[in-house]
Design a protein around this ligand. Structure first.
Ligand code: AMP
Length: 312
């Protein structure tokens, strides 16, 4: 899926993390996590031109960056700093339907000053992965006129750095958040109203991810919805949202345009990549996927939502 001449480059800033995940499948420590890790891996199936800006500490296994390079991701923008890598500790409920954050240790992210290398400043697509909104804006200010700026965020920043987040959002075209985050950001429970409020904060489109209830795209024109594929094996939902974002952005880079139908297909691509991510821990569900396996999931989505036209 790499052979299109119109393809665009994608710059991703986000966390590169070590995660401890507890849940019905036991406690797993020091897994590779972080928004950028999932986004870049998922996007790399659709474009060869993905670069990551981030930071890791001296406890970070080099192998993880080698693995990302091996799938074509440019990791030269991942800085190595003395100290602990960003570490997130989360626990899932027995049915995996909810999770709580037990600990967030910013480590090297606390003093991170992102530097975007000259060759990455012209990226046509920029994704501001979940990270301190001040750092998101800092990266954005170093880029030159991207065609699309998309961003994610989470409760940690909506609650802790709201004013900074609003400043970043004013510069974002597409916001991708989950339903709880949308409600918290908009201070509105109804999702349609929450999306309408977010559309007044800067973005012209909002993607609301709803876990196994699928995802919704809101724009000034209306709403488009995608279900989630019912899966028989779900082990670790961590990174589902980021894998969605990676598939979404990767497809936009691959397609080379931002037409409404392209964005709809990007919503499906995001859902396809999220469906792979949740089947295994860490980024393992995104490793070694064949074009045929990805195509098969697209077809499964198409079958899931196919119905004849209704004439009453
Ligand atoms: P998701 O399941 O898509 O929401 O993403 C989970 C990933 O986000 C995990 O791998 C964490 O390392 C990372 N993460 C959790 N909290 C934060 C945070 N406050 N800032 C940046 N990344 C985070």
């Amino acid at each position: 899926m790499h052979a299109k001449s119109t393809h665009r480059s994608l710059l991703v800033v986000g966390s590169v993390a070590l995660d401890d995940i507890d849940g019905p499948f036991g406690l797993h420590r020091d897994l590779l996590g972080g928004s950028a890790s999932f986004i870049a891996r998922a996007a790399a199936y659709f474009t060869r031109d993905v670069a990551v800006v981030g930071v890791v500490g001296d406890d970070f296994p080099k192998q993880h960056l080698d693995d990302l390079s091996a799938v074509g991701v440019d990791v030269t923008g991942v800085e190595h700093a003395p100290g602990e890598t960003f570490h997130w500790v989360g626990r899932y409920s027995d049915d995996l339907s909810s999770r709580e954050t037990l600990d967030t240790r910013l480590g090297v992210f606390a003093s991170f000053q992102p530097k975007v290398a000259p060759r990455h400043r012209e990226a046509s697509l920029v994704f501001l992965g979940n990270i301190d909104p001040v750092l998101q804006l800092d990266v954005l200010e170093q880029t030159h006129g991207p065609l699309l700026v998309a961003a994610d965020t989470m409760n940690f920043w909506i609650g802790g750095k709201r004013a900074e987040l609003l400043r970043t959002l004013a510069r974002v075209n597409t916001l991708l958040v989950n339903d709880e985050e949308a409600r918290q950001l908009a201070e509105e429970h109804n999702l349609r109203k929450a999306a309408a409020r977010i559309l007044t904060m800067g973005p012209s489109s909002v993607v609301i991810k709803r876990g196994d209830a699928g995802a919704l795209l809101f724009t000034g024109e209306g709403v488009f919805g995608v279900p989630a594929l019912p899966l028989s094996d779900v082990r670790d939902p961590t990174g589902a949202g980021d894998s969605f974002a990676g598939g979404f952005m990767g497809y936009l880079a691959y397609a080379g345009d931002l037409a409404p139908d392209t964005i709809r297909t990007a919503m499906i691509t995001g859902s396809v990549m999220a469906s792979f991510a949740v089947e295994k821990f860490s980024v393992d569900g995104l490793r070694g996927l064949t074009t045929a396996a990805i195509q098969e999931r697209f077809d499964a989505f198409s079958e899931l939502t196919r119905f004849g036209s209704v004439r009453l």
